[in-house]
Ligand binder design. Sequence first.
Ligand code: ATP
Length: 292
Amino acid sequence: MNGTEPAIDVRDLRKRYGAKQAVDGLDLTVDTGEIVAVLGPNGAGKTTTIEILEGYRRRDEGHVRVLGADPQHAGRAWRSRVGIVLQSANDLAEATVSELVRHFAQYYPAPRDPDEVIDAVGLREKARTRVRQLSGGQRRRLDVALGIVGRPELLFLDEPTTGFDPEARRAFWDLVRGLRSDGTTILLTTHYLEEAEALADRVVVVRDGRVVAQGAPAELGGRAARQAVVRWSVDGTRHEERTETPTAVVTRLAAATVGGEVAGLEVVRPTLEDVYLELIGGAHDDMVEIAG
Ligand SMILES: Nc1ncnc2c1ncn2[C@@H]1O[C@H](COP(=O)(O)OP(=O)(O)OP(=O)(O)O)[C@@H](O)[C@H]1O
C-alpha cells in the first residue's frame, strides 16, 4: 500500500438480498486519519456496507479496497490492522471484563495495555465483573474496548453509543478524539446527529443504498441548505426571509422601523439535523403509507 492511497476506497458497490437492493451503487472514500460518520434512515444500507468493508459479507458488484486489500480475500495480517466493534460477546458472558480484554489483546501483534483500555472506556470499577452482569451500556463499552485493544489503524464503529447515558456518550467522544490523535482512521454509523457533529471530519448521508450528500458537518447540503432565516412581526403578522446576509436584512429592517426595535425578531440557522432531515426527505414514505 502506498502512502497516498485512501484507507477505504469504494466504487459502485452493490448488494441485493432477494428482491431488496440494499446497496445500490455506493461510492465512498475515507482518507487515512479521517473520521467519517455515515448517517441514514433505518434500512438505508449502512450496516450492510460496513459488513462488506469488514470482510464479513460478500458484495455482488463493485470495487472495494480497505487498507490496500480486498476485504473478501484479505488474511490474518490485514485483520489485525482493522478494529471491529462487534455486537456483544454473548458466548463469553462468564468471563470478567478484565479476562476478556486480556484474551482479545493476545490475538494482536502490538496490542494496547488492557488496563489502559478498560480505563479509557470507563470500566475500571467493573474490571472484575462478569460480562453477563453488565448493563446494556456497559456491555457496549466493553465492545468498544475489544475493538480498540488491538491498536487498529482503521476502526469500524456501528452505532457505538446506542444505550449510553449522556455522560458515557461524552466520555466515549473523548476516547474517539484520543484515537484520532493517535492517527486511527474511523468509520462510524450513528443515528445521533450531535455525535456526527462532535466527532466527524466528514458526514456521508446514505439513502436507498447510495450516497445522497457528503461534506463537513458545518457544510453539508451546500450554501442553499445553510441559509439563515430572519423572522419578524409587523402589526401581529409574521414575516420571514431566507438569506445569506442576515446582518444586512436586520439592518434594513431596523432602519425601516420606528424606534429601531424590530418586533419578534429572530435569526435562525438550520442545524445539522434540519439539513439531514431535508436530505432524506421522503425516505419514510412507506411508513406513511402504512400508517395512512
Ligand atoms: N441478512 C439480510 N437478509 C435480507 N435482507 C436484509 C439482510 N440484512 C439487511 N437486509 C435489508 O437490507 C436493507 C439494508 O439494511 P441495513 O441493515 O444495511 O440498513 P441500515 O442502514 O444499517 O439500517 P439501521 O439504521 O436500521 O441499522 C434493509 O431493507 C434490510 O431489511
